[in-house]
Design a protein around this ligand. Structure first.
Ligand SMILES: C[S@@+](CC[C@H](N)C(=O)[O-])C[C@H]1O[C@@H](n2cnc3c(N)ncnc32)[C@H](O)[C@@H]1O
Length: 301
């Protein structure tokens, strides 16, 4: 399969992780593992009843459902994703749970510009897969109402750690990193996010860095599960054989590991004028969770 660097109109092949039912099942576990820290982020970013929300690249809609509960009957949530199988499953699950204020749409974000109707837009683990995250952020900025909030959570695979150290985990990180890069994404996009958001014209950027971890078996499961779910892309890109993938998957089974997550929220503010053409973002990062507040005026003079 060819690589997709610089591709303007994406089909699903830029996405290295399996879609469909298998992809959905992986996301279900991911969402359970992530939920405490996701809820904390949503609350810090100011989610509240009555808001109109977009969960973009929503996958199986796990966070969309929680957003719908958080905004309540006077609010509304739309989940969008390129994968029609996951969207179909998400619709059925939302209907079975009786969540009325939630709608799912299949859409390719490279071909769609959402209407400017949202108070709150959430994008988790999506930008890392896009060859042109800046173009996407410019669109998303336009989809926010003035004073609306964008929340982005994405990864930095260089932060992957395991104890004890493991050759299988190191190989998994290497294969994941190479596969995402070959398809035009950035597996280490986390630290780039403040500059990307600023360049898209967002303001009031706040950031935290987390290293989700846990002692229960599902946390350990995420690495072998993701190894299996990227196997098609890894083989198609000629990075490893099926046999090596199986060895790597088995070797990482009992080891607890996680990548570093960078989480940002930022506002669309009506009266600050056009975004700067270039922005220096300083002193934003830390190796432990930290949060600071900047205005781009402060950053740019
Ligand atoms: C790692 S998953 C994250 C799903 C969800 N945000 C979550 O955290 O559970 C990334 C999602 O982005 C979707 N996606 C990737 N490229 C897309 C595009 N161009 N348009 C719409 N969705 C896309 C994939 O189908 C996948 O469901």
């Amino acid at each position: 399969m060819p690589s997709h660097n610089n591709q303007q109109n994406l089909d699903k092949s830029h996405y290295v992780i399996r879609g469909g039912i298998e992809g959905r099942n992986r996301l279900r576990i991911l969402s359970r593992v992530m939920w405490p820290s996701t809820l904390h982020l949503l609350q810090r970013a100011g989610i509240r009843p009555g808001m109109v929300c977009l969960d973009i690249g929503c996958g199986g809609g796990d966070v969309s459902c929680e957003l719908a509960r958080l905004v309540g009957p006077h609010g509304r949530v739309i989940g969008m994703d390129i994968d029609e199988v996951k969207i179909d499953l998400a619709r059925k699950e939302a209907a079975a749970s009786g969540i009325p204020n939630l709608e799912f749409r299949t859409c390719n974000l490279s071909e769609t510009s959402p209407e400017p109707e949202f108070d709150f837009i959430y994008a988790r683990f999506l930008l890392t897969h896009l060859p042109e995250p800046s173009a996407f952020l410019a669109k998303i900025h336009q989809a926010l109402r003035p004073s609306g909030t964008l929340v982005v959570a994405d990864i930095d695979f260089r932060g992957y750690f395991s104890y004890p150290e493991s050759a299988s985990v190191a190989r998994y990180v290497d294969l994941y990193t190479q596969a995402v890069k070959r398809r035009g994404g950035d597996p280490n996009i986390g630290p780039r996010l403040p500059a990307l958001l600023s360049a898209a014209g967002l303001t009031e950027i706040q950031m935290s860095v987390t290293h989700p971890a846990g002692l229960d078996p599902e946390v350990k499961l995420m690495t072998p599960l993701t190894m299996e779910n990227i196997a098609d892309a890894v083989v198609a890109e000629g990075l490893a054989s099926r046999t090596e993938i199986d060895q790597t998957r088995r070797g990482s089974l009992s080891i607890r590991v996680y990548p570093r997550h960078h989480r940002l929220h930022a506002a669309r503010v009506r009266d600050l004028g056009p975004p700067p053409s270039s922005v220096a973002v300083r002193n934003v990062f830390g190796t432990v969770a930290e949060c600071r507040r900047y205005r781009w005026r402060e950053l740019t003079h």
